[in-house]
Structures are given as C-alpha cells and as structure tokens.
Design a protein around this ligand. Structure first.
Ligand code: ATP
Ligand code: MG
Length: 477
C-alpha cells in the first residue's frame, strides 16, 4: 500500500491527470478564442447593420437641410433623440466635411473631419472602424460612416460612433464563464480519472505487481483475479499462465529433488551396508564377491543417474555442441541392441530387426544418437513383459532416415503421450521408480532437437509403443 501512494509524482494517475489537464486547457483556449472572435464579429456586424439601417432618416434630414425646410437646430434635436435611442454619437457632415449637425452638446461647434476614411466615404463607400476618433472619446468606439446620396450625388455623410464597452463586457463575461467551466472540467475530470484509473488500471496493476512479488518470494500458488476483457485482462491472463508454468516448474523441481534424493540414497545405503558388513565381518568371506558386485552395480547406477543429470543440464543450457559426422546408423543400432543382450535374454524378448540396406550412412553426432537409441531400447525392454517383441527399423524417406523402435509392451495412455517428454515424468511412479528417473526421453528429445530433427511417439495402451526419430541421410561411402 505504501508503495502505491509514495510516488504520486511519477504515478500513472498523475501522468493521466496532467495529460487530461493539458488537453482540457488546450480545448478551452481554442473554445475561448473561437467564441470571442465569432462573437466580436457577430456583434460588430449586427451593430453596423443597425446603424446603416437608419440611412433613410438621414437622407430625409439632409434633403430638408438642403432645401431649407429643416433648421440645423431641429436636426440637432432629432439626432439627440436618435442618440439616446441608439446610444450612438451622430454627426452629419456636408460635402466639404464640415459638421453641420451633432447629437451631442459637446460637439456643438462646427468642426471639420478630415481623415482618409472620410474621403473614402464621400466617394460613396461605407466605412467602419474601431477607434477612429481615439482623441475625441475616452472609451473605445465603433465608428460607422456612410454617404448621404441625393439625386445620385453625394450630399454629405453620417458618422456614427457607438461605444463598444458593451461587447468588451460581454466578452469578459464569456471568458470568465469559459475559465470557470475549464476549472470545473479539470476538477471533475481529475475526480473521474481518479476513480476510473483506480478501477481500470491502477488497482489491477497493483494486484499483478503484488502477486508477482509474492510469487517471487516463493508463494507459487498465487494468481491474479482480473476478469476485464481489455489489455489489462490479457496481461492478467498471460501473467497467470506464466505463474502456472512457474508453479509447474517449481513442482517439477521439488519432485526432482525428492526423486534424486531417493535415487541417491538407496544405492548409497546399500553400498554402505555391504562395505560395513565386509569390514566388521558380519558378511562371511564367501559372500564378499557377490556383495561387492552388487555394490559395483549400485555405484554404476549412481554414475548413470549423475551423468544423465549433467547431460540434461548441459543440453538444456545450450552449452553443448554436437560433433557432427557421417556414420552407419544400421551398425549403431546393432551395437546398441547387443548391449542389452542380458536383459533381452532374461525376459525372453524377441527382437525383430528390419534395416534398410546393409549399411546406411547418416549425418549426426554418433555418440549422442547412440544415447538416444539406448534410451529408447531401454524403455522398450523395460516396459515390455516376458516373451514380448521389440522391433528396430530404418526406412529412407526422401533425404531422411526414419528410425523406429517398437515394442509390444504396456503402451502409453493417450493423455500421457504429451507428458512423457517432460523431465522426471513417469507414467506409473510406483512401478518404475526403481528403474529410472524419467530423464531418458527428455535427453533423447533434446539431442534430436539439437540435430534439428523430429522425434515422436505412437502408442496404444495395452498393445505397444513405437518411437520414431528422423536423421539426415549422408552419402553412402
Ligand atoms: N516404450 C514405452 N512403453 C510404455 N511406456 C513408456 C515407454 N517409453 C517411455 N514410457 C513412459 O514414459 C516415461 C518416461 O520415459 P523416460 O525414458 O523419460 O523415463 P524412464 O525410462 O522412466 O527413466 P530413465 O529413462 O531416466 O531411466 C516412462 O516412465 C514411462 O512411463
Ligand atoms: Mg527411459
């Protein structure tokens, strides 16, 4: 628990929050810029349109002024009224840019407006600009000016100055609103991310982490229980699969140590017993030779077990290199079977040898292939009853030789077929415990794999078993 909270600075959660924070900030900045630009444009367009729509009033006024039906004073008061209604300072100028009427008392004296824009207006164009009369007004103003046309001639112009503090205020309100919602969104997302990430990522990861720690400290039966169907769920599944194989390995290791200890203890105990008996005289002299022979046998068994273990560990660690060469596989098979003569005779086993050709040269490590053959023949004899049959066969298949070792023994159950290749796996431990350690087939498979070849088995319980392996055909010399 401590670990989970201690490194908040680097934790997944804070990374997520920072990411979301940045994303939210960027989106709100965009939103603010977009909204203010849009709003400003909309506001100015609206305002401009409203001011321009008053045009007929000024046209009438100008006409009246021109023909003397309306006095500048009346014009002023009319403009004053419009000003209060539109909240706009209005000036009317004549063709020479002299102000002839104004809505504001402050601008009552005649004055002349000579800006570049005014020339434009008197040419017949509509002009709008912000801050055109900065010196005259304290607050920012939007100025809209347009010509008054009578009988297709520019008779003068209207200049309308509308304060824009309204829009500035509105924009400020919008900005405030956006920032407040940004802060709220950040706070809300922080909380939501906290709960979601806890549920979806952090807790499951913590569980996996914690389980890994427990497994590495020896609690191999620990598993994670995450049912989600996302990547985390996949990770949890893979993790559990890994834990399964770790546990299996661990079980195998324990079993192996138990096996090896047992295997080592019984010959050593008997060797010790015989030697002790000979030394202290409890075994009569005429039995010495017999006992020493048994002790010798037992020490051979020990040697074999230790050699097997060393072989397997070398083969499995990949330290082992093959010394490849050409040799006669038929000859090797004959030599191998002869080594088992005693056992074969003892069990009255019938050996059937069907070899392709007289000599058959293959490419491989002769000693190691000999070891594979010995292991397979040893199994065939071991798991076949008296008067059984063993077959040894070589066939050529394209560029390969297939070697088959068959027996009419007890056979192997369907569900055991995959397992027999595992280290220390023995189908029936009670029956075979004294005969082996379950290493023979693991060694055979490692050797064949190192050759880049295949080894497989076909078997029917109660009828017999055949092991096959392939080896590359050499050139017949
Ligand atoms: N020809 C066979 N017939 C029936 N079962 C077999 C045969 N060959 C192997 N098995 C089964 O596969 C198991 C593993 O064989 P493997 O050769 O690896 O071990 P082992 O013969 O018991 O011991 P080791 O070879 O180390 O002396 C055997 O214990 C046996 O149960
Ligand atoms: Mg064996």
């Amino acid at each position: 628990m401590k670990k989970r909270h201690s490194s908040l600075k680097n934790s997944l959660y804070s990374k997520l929050v920072v990411t979301y924070f940045i994303v939210i900030l960027i989106s709100f900045v965009f939103l603010a810029v977009f909204l203010s630009v849009w709003f400003e444009r909309y506001y100015y367009a609206e305002r401009k349109e409203k001011l321009i729509s008053q045009q007929p009033i000024f046209n009438n006024m100008m006409e009246g002024y021109k023909y003397g039906t309306i006095t500048p004073k009346t014009m002023d008061s009319q403009l004053e009224f419009l000003d209060s209604y539109l909240n706009t300072r209005i000036w009317i100028v004549d063709r020479y840019m002299f102000v002839i009427a104004s809505s504001s008392k402050e601008d009552k004296e005649l004055f002349m407006i000579t800006t570049d824009e005014m020339y434009d207006v008197l040419k017949g164009n509509i002009v709008s600009k912000e801050g055109a009369f900065k010196d005259k007004f304290k607050t920012p103003m939007l100025t809209v000016a347009y010509p008054i046309i009578i009988n297709n001639q520019v008779a003068g112009a209207v200049i309308m100055n509308s304060p824009v503090y309204e829009i500035k205020n509105t924009l400020n309100n919008i900005y405030r609103f956006i920032w407040v919602s940004a802060v709220l969104a950040i706070v809300a997302s922080t909380v939501i991310i906290y709960f979601l990430s806890q549920r979806i990522i952090i807790k499951p990861l913590y569980e996996i982490n914690e389980t890994a720690r427990l497994i590495s400290s020896g609690e191999f039966e620990r598993r994670v229980s995450i049912a989600s169907k996302d990547e985390i769920g996949d990770l949890a599944n893979s993790f559990n699969t890994m834990a399964d194989s770790l546990q299996k390995l661990e079980d195998l290791r324990r079993e192996f140590i138990a096996n090896v200890s047992h295997e080592l203890r019984s010959p050593i105990t008997s060797i010790k017993g015989y030697i002790q008996g000979i030394i202290d005289g409890t075994i009569p002299e005429e039995k010495h030779e017999y006992c020493l022979n048994i002790a010798l046998d037992e020490s051979r068994r020990l040697t074999r077990l230790i050699n097997d273990l060393l072989d397997l560990s070398k083969l499995e660690s990949g330290e082992f290199s093959l010394s490849m060469g050409q040799f006669d596989i038929n000859e090797l098979i004959r030599i191998s079977i002869i080594r088992f003569e005693n056992e074969i005779e003892k069990k009255k086993i019938n050996v059937d040898v069907m070899l392709a050709g007289d000599s058959l040269y293959v490419l491989g490590d002769r000693d190691r292939i000999g070891q594979v053959l010995s292991n397979l023949i040893d199994n065939a004899i071991k798991f076949t009853g008296e008067n059984g049959k063993i077959g040894l066969k070589t066939t050529i298949d394209d560029k390969n030789v297939i070697v088959g070792i068959s027996d009419t023994g007890i056979g192997i159950k369907e569900e055991e077929l995959k397992l027999i290749w595992d280290r220390f796996h023995m189908v029936d431990k009670s029956r075979t415990a004294k005969k082996g350690t379950g290493l023979g087939l693991s060694i055979a498979r490692q050797i064949i794999n190192q050759h880049g070849e295949k080894i497989w088995v076909e078997s029917k319980e109660g009828e017999g078993t055949t092991f096959y392996f392939t080896i590359k055909l050499g050139e017949n010399i």
